[in-house]
Design a protein around this ligand. Structure first.
Ligand SMILES: [Zn+2]
Length: 433
């Protein structure tokens, strides 16, 4: 059994940065955080003049989309989709999907993301493509939730499509294969009310029920989707999903930009959780999610970057800042949301939304953390560290990133797979695009 004790100038514990605390970790799990008097005469690793905080949790991403970053920027939505994602995702081989995941996850680790939920939907190769994403996460050392997509929209690319029975069997098979892996979690993910049929949504929901898993689904991202669902069903998206009987506390709603008051009340009463992706919503001109109303109803909100071709950054610290600023301007009120609230969304709430013991530095949680160097102007004055980590933070302040007790990034370098190696693979693949 390994036993490590870490000392930092500040430790983020019980909702605030505190001095004179030691974090004790064994085999990737936090045993306790306690004052230094408890550890007299024991070996303690001094991390230096740093603040130690929980690793951030990215609750929504599509890793292969990093490869098409820049190809559809500043175009209308359908051109963005067709010129970027649709055009290039059709030719990606299994090893290219692996490269895309290394690229996305490597960049995230550099930015202090220790867990990512990758919503994955290129299923033409059975589970082989999904396994390439999982392998990339394992090779790098990032914690992964693979939201295994259920998609059968005939208008979309053929290689995304499956039959409900097929998707169910493959998802269960993948879940079984990784059920004892503490670094990988598989969850079913019906794509959306427009790209998954009623049968497909129900198939994914049943898998979630049978395996006691969460399930992820895009809901009400763009206004046209809401209008289309209304035309087809006479209902807004969440009320349509409720008619299918799938609106439960296992649902992780991704986006939720266009929600009625009735739908927000329904989310609260059923315990639906939200993955809020503010940069992506802005990048694609989708709109502004009614976060103030959702918060007032005490719905759990976490944050996501979404794919790197609709952001185009991959930093949860950036999403914290964007979430706060966007809501302040939306409500014309600078007090409507605080740095502390968005920090919680990017850490602890990420753990709640993904159903994992992550996002907090407390006994029983996984040892996923980030240190930021206090030798940086951006973080001063230090008495406002909690605010400054959200509002004036720069990724260059990140000193080390530890996932499951293992150091993955240190002093500007990825330690598992080098940045040079990833750059070479990405350049090779995209050279003639
Ligand atoms: Zn998405």
């Amino acid at each position: 059994m390994s036993l490590e004790r870490y000392k930092a100038k500040f430790l983020f514990y019980q909702g605030r940065f505190q001095e004179n605390l030691i974090l004790e970790v064994s085999d990737g799990t936090i045993l306790r955080a306690a004052s230094k008097e408890h550890f007299k005469g024991q070996t303690v690793t001094d991390l230096g003049h740093v603040a130690l905080l929980p690793g951030t949790v990215n609750t929504h991403n599509h890793s292969f989309q990093s490869l098409v970053r820049g190809f559809g920027d500043d175009m209308p939505f359908f051109d963005w989709r067709d010129q970027g994602i649709y055009k290039y995702s059709l030719s990606l081989k299994k090893e290219d999907i692996y490269t895309g995941a290394l690229f996305a996850f490597g960049e995230m680790l550099k930015h202090g993301i220790t867990t990512v939920c990758d919503f994955f939907y290129i299923q033409d190769n059975g589970n082989e493509n999904a396994k390439a994403v999982i392998q990339a996460a394992k090779d790098l050392g990032i914690r992964l939730v693979l939201a295994r997509c259920f998609y059968d929209w005939q208008t979309g690319p053929k290689r995304y499509q499956e039959k409900p029975k097929e998707a169910r069997a493959r998802c269960l098979e993948l879940m079984k294969e990784y059920e004892t892996d503490s670094m990988v979690t598989i969850t079913p993910a019906p794509h959306s009310p427009h790209a998954a049929s009623r049968e497909m949504i129900l198939a994914a929901f049943q898998v979630a029920q049978e395996t006691n898993s969460m399930f992820h689904i895009h809901v009400a991202e763009a206004r046209y989707e809401v209008e289309n669902i209304q035309k087809e069903t006479g209902l807004t998206p969440l009320l349509y999903l409720d008619r299918l009987g799938v609106v439960t506390n296992k649902m992780v709603m991704v986006h939720g930009v266009w929600l009625s008051d009735k739908e927000i009340a329904l989310m609260a009463s059923r315990g639906v959780k939200l993955s809020y992706n503010p940069s992506s919503n802005m990048f694609l001109g989708d709109g502004i999610a009614p976060i103030k109303k959702i918060l007032d109803q005490k719905v759990t909100i976490a944050l996501g970057t979404d794919g790197a071709c609709s952001n185009n950054k991959t930093s949860l610290f950036e999403e914290m800042r964007m979430a706060a600023l966007l809501q302040k301007v939306h409500c014309l009120d600078s007090s409507v949301i605080t740095a502390e609230q968005v920090f919680q969304m990017g850490t602890e709430n990420g753990g709640k939304v993904l159903g994992l013991p992550i996002g907090k530095l407390e006994a029983g949680y996984r040892a996923d953390f980030v240190t930021v160097s206090l030798d940086n102007l951006e973080l001063y004055p230090l008495q406002n560290l909690h605010k400054n980590v959200v509002y004036s933070f720069s990724p260059t302040t990140i000193d080390e990133v530890v996932v499951n007790g293992k150091k993955i990034f240190s002093k500007g370098q990825l330690l598992t797979i080098s940045e040079e190696e990833i750059i070479e693979k990405v350049s090779q693949l995209t050279r003639h695009w």
